[in-house]
Ligand binder design. Structure first.
Ligand SMILES: NC(=O)C1=CN([C@@H]2O[C@H](COP(=O)(O)OP(=O)(O)OC[C@H]3O[C@@H](n4cnc5c(N)ncnc54)[C@H](OP(=O)(O)O)[C@@H]3O)[C@@H](O)[C@H]2O)C=CC1
Ligand SMILES: O=C([O-])CC(=O)C(=O)O
Length: 262
């Protein structure tokens, strides 16, 4: 499978290395990278390290023989290109899932993926427990869902703190507007469960932690779920957990499995 990538930051570079150098999924290879900000002429450039071509022209990129696109850039990029990707009948993995907190945009993409018979895949990212939340939700057995995220101050632009500080308390809808690079996890949790307006979020900057910690709690007539994660951050971006990058590989791998677990 030929993959198109958008976003060559921490997650993107990890994917390039894992898929094109380590060949962890031998059938999958990133062949094309898109960044419309790069005004190149000619509009594509070959990368000798990863063997990919870079495109700043969307039409050339989307017609470069790719089967699926992975977005690992930011929410704005999802808003700008996701619909066009689906309209070109390419499957799409969205990592900046915060873009889908906009219910109208979410519905638009859902309808397009139905019309154009494509799949939009949303990795679990830096958290777990979504299987339980979805299962409870599917029969209306879910009453409340919350996530408490605790990160080192530098990840939240709160350098200089000497003690822990709650920097946000509210809904996932509000959280993703204020912390678009830090709380995509709250949006995927919301999409699995009660929606962005009904999922509670607390964000704490804590100088005593080095890992990104997420605590998910869900309650309903199914019982109670508590998931605690202590994620190592990506080396180049303290905001982003390594698990988020791994979850993209897992999503890719899962696509081809005939037996689906969970
Ligand atoms: N779902 C989840 O659980 C998680 C989601 N995320 C989200 O995943 C995304 C990627 O994370 P991460 O790799 O750590 O982020 P980085 O900031 O390290 O990388 C983002 C990359 O996207 C590039 N970029 C920005 N604008 C464009 C554009 N218009 N076209 C193409 N590329 C562009 C940036 O380039 P430049 O630096 O030159 O601007 C940068 O290289 C982020 O949105 C992050 O918030 C992260 C962790 C968990
Ligand atoms: O990687 C993490 O721990 C969470 C994160 O940045 C996000 O959800 O945006």
């Amino acid at each position: 499978m030929n993959i198109g990538l958008i976003g060559c930051g921490n997650i993107g570079k990890f994917l390039l290395h894992s898929l094109n150098v380590d060949r962890v999924l031998p059938d999958c290879r990133i062949t094309s990278v898109y960044d419309e900000r790069q005004k190149m002429n000619p509009s594509h450039l070959e990368d000798p390290v990863y063997g990919v071509q870079y495109y700043s022209d969307f039409e050339q990129y989307i017609h470069s023989g790719i089967d699926l696109v992975i977005e690992a850039a930011n929410i704005q990029v999802v808003q700008e290109v996701a619909a066009d990707i689906v309209k070109h009948r390419k499957d799409l993995i969205i990592v900046s899932v915060g873009a889908l907190a906009d219910a109208e945009f979410y519905e638009q993409l859902k309808n397009l993926s139905h019309t154009y018979q494509t799949k939009i895949l949303l990795p679990s990212g830096a958290i777990g427990g979504l299987d339980v939340v979805r299962a409870a939700m599917s029969a209306g057995k879910l009453d409340s869902v919350s996530i408490t995220t605790r990160k080192p101050p530098k990840a939240l632009s709160q350098d200089g703190l000497t003690g822990e500080a709650i920097i946000f308390k509210g809904s996932a809808s509000e959280a993703i507007l204020l912390f678009p690079q830090n709380i995509n996890v709250a949006v995927i949790l919301s999409l699995a469960g009660l929606g962005c307006d009904n999922t509670s979020v607390t964000i704490i900057a804590d100088p005593s932690v080095e890992r990104n910690k997420h605590c998910i709690e869900a309650k309903g007539s199914f019982g109670k779920l508590t998931v605690q994660l202590e994620n190592d951050p990506m080396p180049g971006n303290p905001k982003t957990s390594f698990l988020a990058a791994l979850s993209v590989l897992s999503t890719l791998k899962n696509q081809h499995e005939t037996i689906q677990i969970g």
